[in-house]
Design a protein around this ligand. Sequence first.
Ligand code: GLC
Length: 753
Amino acid sequence: MKFISLLYKGGFIAIALTGAMAPLPLPAAVPVYLNDEKNIEERIEDALSRMTLEEKIGIIHAQSKFSAPGVPRLGIPELWCTDGPMGVRPEVLWDEWEQAQWTNDSCTAFPSLTALAATWNPEMAYLYGKSIGEEARFRNKSVLLGPGINVYRTPLNGRNFEYMGEDPYLIARMAVPYVKGVQSNGVAACVKHFALNNNEINRHTSNPIVDDRTLYEIYLPSFKAAATEGEAWSFMGGYNLFRGEHASYNPILMNDILKGEWNWDGAVISDWGAVHDTESAVKGGLDMEFGSWTNGLTNGRSNAYDNYWLATPYLEGIRSGRYSEDELDDKVRRVLRLTFRTAMNRQRPWGSMVSDEHKQACREIGEEGIVLLRNENNILPVDASKVKKIAVVGENAIKMMTVGGGSSSLKAAYEITPLEGLRNRFGKDIEITYSRGYVGDTTTSYNGVVTGQNLADSRTPEELRAEAVKAAREADMVIFIGGLNKSDHQDAEDSDRYSMELPYGQDALISALREANPNMVVVNISGTGVAMPWANKVPGIIQAWYLGNETGNALASVISGDTNPSGKLPYTYYASLDQVGAHKMGEYPGHPSIDNLGNEVMDMPYNEGIFVGYRFTDKNKLRPTFPFGHGLSYTDFAYGDVFVPKVMKKDASAIEVTVPVTNTGDRKGKEIIQLYVRDIKSSVERPVKELKGFSKVELEPGQTEQVTFKLGRDAFSYFDADRHEWVMEPGDFEILVGASAGDIRSKATFRAE
Ligand code: GLC
């Protein structure tokens, strides 16, 4: 050893003397970065100063379907994105939409985001975000392309199931913890689709025409909360246009509002195939371009990456002096910041995939999101001492739903169907027969992911119905499990519904089953509201969502009473489109027009303005099938008198409201107390009421809790477009507290100085 050591030292001495390879002078102190934000800013400037023009251009656009190249020479890794909001998409081939047939990328398919919103439980939202972020981390993805938080403007929107309902306040309260949960893994949330992507029909050419007050009061608040409270590290722009420019690089949305008014430091990522020219993308606040030359779902030119609008055309534009490097450097800083927060964050945890914790989270969120809409004569929960035979009818009892629906389609590790869940739960206590009742969608694959089911059925509708009616007649109880199924025009990306009616003759079948056996429960599985002409005839109605892996177990837990349902509707359950502002006053799907660049677009005036959802039905005194915020329990809750101080002083920044709530039933249960506000007299037209607070409490039988709300002035303000600011006018306000928008239990007024 000694000899080697001498040789080693000798070698250095020889080199030093000859100068053949003078040892490099080490920097005085090699900084050891710990990923805190301050150091990240130093690292950004250091990296930027070392990058060539070509490397700067390279880092801001895709190199494959879902990745961007980083800067290999500087050790800056690739940045990998993945769908979607409800689970981590299976690996796809480098430049394909089809899955890559990996054997280790089956995931936890979590419940749809509408189901999460229906829990009205921000703790569930954090659990959801943390869990899905762990799976994205485990798959070594740095950006999760979710949550989707576009407002439910019409029940026809094909992607309502991916979003969180109609009310900006509820969406915001649920989106923020989801974002924080995802990012606790060192994985970026990518909040989408900013903004006004409220329909799938004509999604690349829709041109919503929206006034500023409507924009700021309805369509921006949830995005603002995700950006400023959730501190989301990335946003995804929408396909649609707005005031003459595509959303993904819209200077008003991206520069003036997101990066200006909200002072947001994240990176804007285009939707896939949402970029259409270089100059607009350069000037309009876009930071990363993905999916160009594709329709964002199924097709596209292969390996077109150098032709991306922010690739060679941009590089040539800078070289020719058409563009300065100022915008480019801002884009690069934001992409580097995204990278240092994620792929180069050495404190990141390692994540996990399909863990027991994730299975439990999936089931809990599903159980809490299921909404009991009607329960006449307490037909639910099923009493196994009385009910000995149940006839289960409907295709959705057996159809796997984690595959399909568009970019959120998943390769789930497993999926418990409703029929399996019911049979697992009731075992030998109750005989459960099954009849399909109708044939809806027999598709069993998407993007190369197959369910393994064979749903082919050669029987006629008459034969199917006769079998089901006979089964119903011979049972103690009927549970019909139908709804939509994430096939085209039935809750799917890039295709809106044609109407609110249930497809495949389900309404007639439900009526026939009801005639055969009045002891009937309908379980509607869908991500959007559907017409229920039989709603007053069927004693039990459950709104179940796409609940992912644990669908059957979560549903059976509620039907059996193991779980006391506590979910509430995140949107108004309209009886018909006549009750929808977007259809009665607004335009949907809009009318053909030519925009300022000469493009053919579909102008879509949002004439209903701020009157979306219950704001519209309140204004027009319409009675929906079920109101926003509606949901029953197996116990009952009584509300005492709400208390609010008589006066809110001029210098007071907030006001405190309390209301006692008691569990008057005989079993533990959770109640979502909703607080709405009304400006009794205002200088502008305002909604009858607006949701500005909610609290979910669990109460033992007989227990009373004093529920308290603290409301800031923003809760009472409207957006004054002329002054471009929020205004709370002095005067009388009313506080309305209730179990839903249609079930106000207590009111009180106060005067604001
Ligand atoms: C799709 C969707 C978007 C998705 C992206 C990548 O077209 O609009 O939500 O994340 O492209 O699949």
